[in-house]
Design a binder for this molecule. Structure first.
Ligand SMILES: C[S@@+](CC[C@H](N)C(=O)[O-])C[C@H]1O[C@@H](n2cnc3c(N)ncnc32)[C@H](O)[C@@H]1O
Length: 417
């Protein structure tokens, strides 16, 4: 049954929140001040109609917005969106008792997302290709994605559909990751399971028909027609299939520029959770770098890129699980700066080791404000001062945000607040 509610505020995931007699209800794609009609299920509401619109509402530019689970904020005017996103960061940091002023948010969408994952499903035997709907296993069929880079925008769904057609006999649910590189599309197929040699050979032909740079199955390369290269500073890197890559080129450049600026005077830098080296390879233009990362393929790519690039300072690499075996305090003390960019879970064990070290400078990068705040608080309680915090918006149109923090050891432990 339809119900009318008034939206009071936005939650951290961009859903509108209404207070009702039956408790609060989260309604996606709504704005504070709006009166909306919803269909309610427990604490979630499905928007049926906006009865009274907020002046901050704008027409979404994507025809799939509201159905596809990829974007959450296209209905917000730009200024309102920027203020809301920044404010969610302010609140998270305040909650952790961090009161360093936050700098202006950098818009790092640039040309768009350079990687998309399309899903191929066969409900009732009919192939569907697209993105997942929000909070559902249902695929929303798409023929373009306006927030992807031009090379992917229309072409990634075409590629995914062709692969789905090619592999449809098995009716297996497939996840097809498509990355735009300098030499063409790099495609990794997940969900198919092992494949017989004759079927792999047919995939080689398909990769040629689609003019892919590389095609892999569960990270195992089926064919590399051209090395899928990405420039990281002066270095040309060939990331292993499916390895981590920052969402946008502009985002990677913006974060790397902040890292390089902060470490300008450091002779020796440790780059922890280094991935394929977007920070390490740029830092090595001025400093010696030791890069540490758990994924052996990424470490090997970084190492090869460093050795093939002329004029870099010494780069050493280490494959190491930093959750189980963080760099220990005596190891850390060999560095003038530590750069740390962990996954969403943060790096609590590593932060405790840094906290006990003499490293004078830490640059902390995170895509999760809560774990960023938790780990920064550990460093602050041991004498680091948070000098700057810069939000970098490379996940535009979503609720996610990157944060870059610069912390310097002051020598004195802070008194209790
Ligand atoms: C947010 S990404 C950052 C990568 C890189 N700094 C970049 O900008 O591309 C986090 C990285 O941490 C790595 N990682 C995840 N768990 C790890 C662990 N336990 N120990 C070390 N590295 C880990 C991932 O493989 C990934 O490359």
């Amino acid at each position: 049954m339809a119900e009318q509610v008034i939206i009071e505020r936005l939650g951290a995931k961009a859903d509108g929140i209404a207070e009702t007699d039956g408790g609060h209800v989260f309604v996606p794609y709504t704005l504070p001040g709006e009166t909306v009609e919803i269909e309610r299920e427990d604490s979630r509401g499905r928007l049926l109609r906006v009865a009274q619109e907020s002046p901050e509402r704008e027409m979404p530019f994507c025809p799939y917005f509201g159905e596809c689970g990829g974007c959450a904020t296209q209905h917000m005017r730009e200024d309102f969106y920027r203020a809301w996103k920044r404010d969610t960061l302010v609140k998270t940091l305040q909650h952790a008792r961090i009161d360093t002023p936050i700098e202006a948010m950098i818009d790092a969408h640039g040309e768009g997302r350079r990687r998309v994952t399309l899903h191929v499903r066969f409900p009732e035997g009919v192939m569907q290709v697209g993105y997942m709907a929000a909070r559902s296993h249902h695929v929303v069929t798409i023929d373009h994605c306006p927030i992807a880079v031009p090379a992917l925008k229309h072409h990634a769904p075409i590629v995914a559909r062709a692969i789905g057609e090619h592999l449809k006999a098995g009716r297996k649910p497939l996840d097809i990751q498509v990355t735009a590189t300098l030499s063409g599309l790099d495609v990794d197929i997940r969900g198919h399971g092992p494949m017989k040699d004759k079927d792999r050979l047919r995939l080689v032909d398909l990769a040629a028909d689609l003019d892919l740079a590389r095609l892999s199955l569960h990270g195992d390369i089926v064919v590399e027609r051209r090395p899928p290269a990405i420039m990281m500073g002066r270095a040309s890197v060939i990331p292993p299939p499916g390895s981590f890559l920052q969402a946008t080129e502009r985002g990677e450049q913006a974060m790397a520029a902040l890292v390089v600026e902060a470490c300008a005077r450091a002779k020796r830098v440790a780059d922890l959770f280094s991935g394929c080296g977007p920070f390490a390879l740029r830092l090595a233009e001025r400093s010696e770098v030791h890069a540490v990362e758990t994924d052996k393929g990424s470490v090997a790519s970084l190492d090869k890129a460093a050795r093939m690039t002329q004029g870099l300072r010494r780069v050493t690499v280490e494959a190491r699980d930093l959750f189980r075996r963080p760099l220990l305090t005596p190891e850390l003390n060999a560095f003038d700066a530590v750069v740390i960019d962990p996954p969403r879970a943060g790096a609590e064990a590593q932060a405790r080791q840094i906290a006990a070290s003499k490293v004078p400078l830490v640059v902390s990068i995170s895509c999760d404000a809560a774990t960023f705040a938790r780990d920064a608080a550990i460093l602050i309680s041991s004498g680091y001062q948070l000098e700057r915090i810069v939000p970098v918006d490379q996940f535009k149109y979503s609720s996610h945000l990157e944060v870059v923090g610069v912390l310097r050891k002051s020598g004195k432990k802070p008194s209790a607040r």
